[in-house]
Structures are given as C-alpha cells and as structure tokens.
Design a protein around this ligand. Structure first.
Ligand code: TXA
Ligand code: MG
Length: 350
C-alpha cells in the first residue's frame, strides 16, 4: 500500500487540508495523526474492521483495547455511560492529555475494546486532531502509531519509520508538545484510580478528588497475579533493542556525583555504551552514544525528548544503555514509569 504523507501548513485553513484524511477514516481506512501527547493511528471507532486493521498494522495483541477520540467532551454521551467523575475531569482537563474509562454503549464494537464492556475516551487538545475528528463525523479509535513494543512516536518521522506502506496516510503536524501518552483514569466510588500516569498529574487529580489511587505496577514490578487494570500496561514497552539499566537514587546522598562516577567507569570500559543523562553532566560525561535529556529538574523537557532518544538508540551500535531517571513528582512520575518499562525493571540503586 502507498502511504500518503500530508504535511500541514498552519498558515492555511485546516479543514481543507484534512478533507481527504477524514474521508479515508469514514470509509474504513487508517490515518496517523498528531496529538499533543503522541501520534495516534486512527480508524473509525464505529467500524469493527477498521479496528482489526489497526491491530494488524501495529502487530498488537487484540486483547489490548483502543482509546476512542472525540472532538467535544459532551460527545462521550453517544458512546458510553458518563458519570460525575467524568464531568469533573472534563471540566478541569478536557480537551487535554487525559483518558477516562467508562461503561461502553452498544454502538462501540467489542473489537475496539478488546472484548471489554468499558471503553477509553479522550478529547485531545491538538487542533489537527480535533479538526480531523470533527470532519470525519465519527469518533476515532487510535492507539499510539508505533509498532507494538516500540517507543510511541512524537513526530511524523517516527510514524513513517514504523507505518510506511502499512496505512493509507500520515498527517505531519509537527512534534507532539507533551511527548508522553495521556493519563488514563478509571472512576471508582467518588474518586479515580490512575491506570497510566501522564501529562495530567496525580497532584492535579488530587486537587479535584482529594485522595487518588495508583494502579499496581506504575512504579514497581507487579509481582502479584492481579493483572493491571489497563491491559496494555502488562506488555514490555518503549524498549530499544539494547538492554537498558535505570540508575535510581538510593536516598543515601550525592546521587549526581555517584552517577557521574558510575557512568564514567562504564564508558571507559565500553565507549559505545548508551547513556541518557541530565544536561548538568555534559562536561563530564561524553561519548558517541551519550544523549542529554534536559536539566535535572526540567521534567517537561524530559517528557518531550525521551521517546526520540529511545528510538535513536536503535540507530547506534550501543549494546547496553544506562539512564538516569526523573524524580517521581508531577509529570516526572509518567517519565519514570516509561523509563522503568523501557528498562524491563532493570534498576541499579546508587
Ligand atoms: O495519549 C494517548 O493516550 C495516545 C494518543 C494517540 O491519544 N494513545 C495511546 O493509546 O497511548 P495506546 O493504545 O497506545 O494505549 C492505550 C492504553 C493501553 O494501555 C490500553 O490497555 C488502555 O489504554 N485501555 C484502553 N481501553 C481500556 C479499557 N476499556 N480499560 C482499561 N484500559 C484500557
Ligand atoms: Mg501505545
């Protein structure tokens, strides 16, 4: 299949530029599109066959449900049974990087929800995404537009790497401003459980709900036989081909000094080793496969750069990667969670 690349010109009206993509979606085809979190691989959420095509293009297990994207928060009514928690979230954070799990209505096929009676709903903020949904006239089912297991795409170039010749079109609307997938929450009693951390932080949710629960497996390996509430969280993910080790702060002090010492030693032994570290280490830690992902306290920048860096390693000869992690406050929790998964829970406390 020839994949058409549609480059958006933000100086010109969007509607016209998205007409053909909207038509492809309405007719059961697949179009990758930008959102503020990551690029999505979209098909009509009302079309069971489109969902099957999505699973096949990604190589994704079909028990891992898709998120449906809507252009207005109130449109959720058509596809699922909303509740107070949904409207509290919608009023505070939509459109934006948050997804809510709700009981589905019959109009959403089981192939979209991986056989579950619930459906994940999200109203993205990105103007290209919202215009596309509006024009398509149907909700758009979209997982991240990467091959299953690879880091999510934050640019059209990443999508082309994974999806060229597998889907009808790729809309290039520039880089994703957040760079990490949406926060996923499931309403429970008068509050929510966070199934996947993201741009809407636990601290922000606590301001609305008071106490907020975190699903198992977000910051630790889930040793229990209880499956995570978001089926996708059980898969190894975000992983470059090389083995990744995450350096964690033991809390015994002088983390940066110890990390610089550790990384210098590893690079001396193997100059091709991969490293992800803070900008502050730039003077001391240098090497062909060393990537800096922002100042230590700049978690917004870490989020924006992480997936591009992880993908970049696959073009190097690094056989092993050592990474320093963001702390777990604010959006840092989401970055930490993705890095932990990329490392397959290989951690080294220093
Ligand atoms: O930011 C995002 O959320 C991006 C953009 C494209 O919107 N999408 C995304 O989709 O990250 P995906 O498919 O890569 O991740 C969706 C996650 C998976 O972990 C899946 O298991 C979970 O959402 N999920 C979907 N429907 C669910 C449901 N009904 N119950 C529990 N988890 C669900
Ligand atoms: Mg994904």
């Amino acid at each position: 299949m020839k994949t058409e690349i549609i480059k958006i010109d933000f100086e010109k009206p969007l509607g016209e530029q998205l007409c053909s993509s909207a038509e492809i979606i309405r007719n059961g085809g697949l179009v990758a599109f930008p959102t503020e979190t990551v690029y999505g691989l979209g098909g009509s959420a009302l079309d069971a066959d489109a969902a099957k095509k999505i699973y096949s293009a990604k190589g994704r297990p079909s028990d891992n449900p898709l998120i449906i994207h809507i252009s207005e928060p109130k449109n959720a009514e058509k596809y699922c049974f909303t509740n107070d928690a949904y409207y509290k979230i919608a009023n505070a954070f939509m459109p934006g990087p948050i997804t809510v799990i709700l009981p589905k209505k019959d109009i959403i096929p089981y192939s979209v929800t991986g056989g579950l009676d619930t459906v994940a709903v999200r109203c993205p903020e990105n103007i290209v995404a919202r215009t596309l949904i509006e024009k398509a006239g149907v909700p758009i089912a979209a997982p991240s537009a990467n091959t299953s297991g690879r880091p999510s795409p934050t640019t059209a170039r990443h999508v082309i790497e994974d999806m060229d010749s597998k889907i009808d079109a790729i809309i290039d609307g520039g880089g994703s401003s957040i760079g990490l997938e949406s926060t996923i929450v499931m309403p429970k009693d008068d509050s929510v459980i966070v199934l996947r951390p993201g741009g809407i932080t636990v601290e922000m949710l606590k301001k609305i709900f008071g106490k907020v629960e975190l699903d198992a497996g977000i910051t630790k390996k889930n040793e229990s036989d209880k499956a995570p509430l978001a089926p996708g969280m059980k898969y190894r993910h975000y992983a470059p081909h090389a083995e990744v080790f995450l350096l964690l702060d033991s809390g015994k002090g002088e983390f940066d000094e110890k990390a610089v010492g550790f990384l210098s030693e590893k690079l001396a032994a193997d100059p091709s080793a991969g490293v992800i570290c803070f900008d502050e280490y730039m003077d001391k830690i240098k090497g062909e496969n060393v990537f800096y992902f922002g100042k230590k306290d700049d978690d917004v920048e870490h989020a924006r750069r992480l997936f591009d860096i992880l993908r970049g390693f696959d073009k190097t000869n690094a056989k092993v990667i050592y990474a320093t992690a963001s702390d777990t406050k604010g959006v840092g929790l989401a970055i930490f969670n993705r890095m932990l998964k990329a490392s397959g829970f290989n951690t080294i406390e220093i």
